[in-house]
Design a protein around this ligand. Structure first.
Ligand code: FRU
Length: 483
């Protein structure tokens, strides 16, 4: 039973040739489609979902609405990959049951025996009054990525919580039980996360209670989305996307945020030694890490290069958003460090060095990786130029890195939430930048800090202007291949 009205339309109800027609709109975009970032063939992408390593290959899903650049009926697009370069399509989650009638919302996955168990939220709305009723569901895939079954686990929010209970992320306890943690809103309209437990996949989940995180300032936070608990070495990490947190001048500058806590998880209490924002750019939200890599010294994470409620200049071409590069997460003390995974570096081609004085053209700058030593000295660089005088600038004054997109195509969001993003960093040694047409991912000091953003400069020249001589290392990440 599917609803298939207006924006709640599943791909099963696509008319003959409809997706091809949308695809031809997408192809009119000559400026902004990325080469080496995962972007939707049509429509809107949001959160990475169901990230899991099955022992041989990685499964990766993302939130997807195929028909338009809006948050409509959500599907889970599904790929498997061994190398993060060739992506093979596998069975998606398509909303087609009553317990997911208005979309398959976010969740995570676990390798269980020879199966992949994907936990997700079934978004539903009651016919009588359109009231949202969240389900938490379980889908089983085999390792090739074939969907075997789906069933609802929990109908409705538990007592004490509003209809905003979603985004289950499963993990194993030491005893081998399965727990999953969901983002939730309490009846007093504050955000939290709640944890359920099952003995095995055939069991019915029991609510254990909330995750307690005393060190976090939850003032004004009305919802937690996309919680993720993981281990790196001996440390526990909690990653989540709180909504409503107060914006600050130099941190938490966006409307919504992705945050991490490092510390020790004791049953349901997270004793955090450090809490910080994950990424200080304009567009970063709802990140998730791969299950199945536990007990390693690192984790691998994808983020959504986007944010709820915003529109982009590519909406007119019927596509919206992309994922970040896969990032390796390690810890330095209790600080999280993130850099693209080593495969991305191993696949760089045409490595060269350029001594940049004042101004230069760099071939295919808009899909290049560049790195330079900042030598803890101030700089001001302007990337790209076009006839409208648009450019993207990055500067450092000895204390603050500033990414300034005020001279790029103005978006509704820029008017509302300013055009500069800052990052405090003393002793800036090194800057790495990944450009991919309309995304910039910046990593400072080997990943101590990250800033991820979209930017829109059409008909651009691949020029760079600098106020001091810089020695740039340039290379090109490999374009994604889809199978
Ligand atoms: C986060 C989010 C999740 C939800 C999903 C729906 O971006 O709002 O909480 O499950 O997106 O697409």
């Amino acid at each position: 039973i599917i609803f298939n009205n207006g924006k709640y339309k599943s791909i099963l109800a696509a008319e003959q040739g409809e997706l091809e027609r949308i695809k031809s709109e997408v192809e009119k975009d000559r400026d902004f489609r990325p080469y080496y970032h995962l972007a939707p063939s049509t429509g809107l992408l949001n959160d990475p979902n169901g990230l899991v390593f099955d022992g041989e290959k990685f499964h990766l899903f993302y939130q997807w609405f195929p028909f338009d650049a809006i948050h409509g009926m959500k599907h889970w697009k599904h790929f498997t990959t061994e190398d993060f370069h060739i992506y093979t399509e596998a069975d998606p989650l398509i909303p087609c049951e009553l317990f997911e009638s208005h979309g398959c919302y976010s969740g995570g996955a676990l390798p269980v025996g020879d199966k992949i168990a994907a936990f997700y939220t079934g978004n539903t709305r009651r016919a009588a009054d359109n009231q949202r009723v969240p389900f938490q569901n379980l889908a089983i895939f085999d390792r090739t990525g074939k969907l075997l079954s789906k069933r609802p686990l929990i109908e409705n929010a538990p007592k004490g919580y509003t209809e905003h209970v979603r985004d289950p992320k499963p993990y194993f306890t030491k005893e081998g039980k399965i727990r999953f943690i969901c983002g939730a809103q309490r009846e007093d309209l504050t955000g939290t996360a709640i944890i359920f437990e099952m003995d095995n996949l055939d069991d019915e989940p029991r609510l254990l209670g909330e995750l307690s995180l005393p060190a976090f300032d939850n003032q004004k936070v009305f919802m937690w989305e996309c919680p993720d608990l993981l281990k790196v070495g001996d440390n526990d990490i909690f990653i989540w996307s709180p909504q409503g947190k107060r914006r600050e001048a130099r941190r938490f500058q966006n409307n919504f945020h992705a945050v991490y806590a490092v510390g020790k998880l004791d049953d349901r209490t997270f004793n955090a030694a450090h809490i910080a924002e994950l990424d200080q750019g304009f567009d970063f939200y709802a990140p998730q890490t791969f299950a199945g890599l536990e007990n390693q010294k690192h984790a691998v994470m994808f983020g959504w290069c986007g944010m709820p409620d915003l529109t982009y200049p590519t909406d007119k071409y019927k596509w919206h958003s992309m994922l970040t590069l896969p990032r390796e997460i390690t810890l330095q003390g209790n600080r999280l460090v993130q850099r693209p995974i080593k495969e991305i570096y191993q696949n760089l081609t045409a490595l060269s060095q350029i001594s940049l004085q004042q101004q230069a053209e760099i071939q295919d700058l808009d899909r290049a990786y560049i790195k330079f030593d900042a030598e803890n000295t101030a700089f001001n660089i302007r990337f790209f130029a076009n006839e409208q005088g648009q450019t993207l600038s990055l500067s450092y004054d000895g204390e603050l890195v500033c990414l300034d997109r005020s001279q790029t195509e103005e978006t509704e969001w820029m008017k509302k939430f300013a055009s500069q993003r800052y990052c405090e960093i003393k002793n800036l040694r090194q800057v790495e930048i990944f450009f991919d047409r309309s995304i910039i991912e910046i990593f400072l000091n080997d990943g101590e800090k990250a800033l991820t953003s979209r930017f829109f400069i059409a008909n651009r020249q691949n020029s760079v202007k600098t106020d001091r001589t810089l020695r740039l290392n340039v290379g090109y990440p490999k374009e994604i291949e889809y199978k």
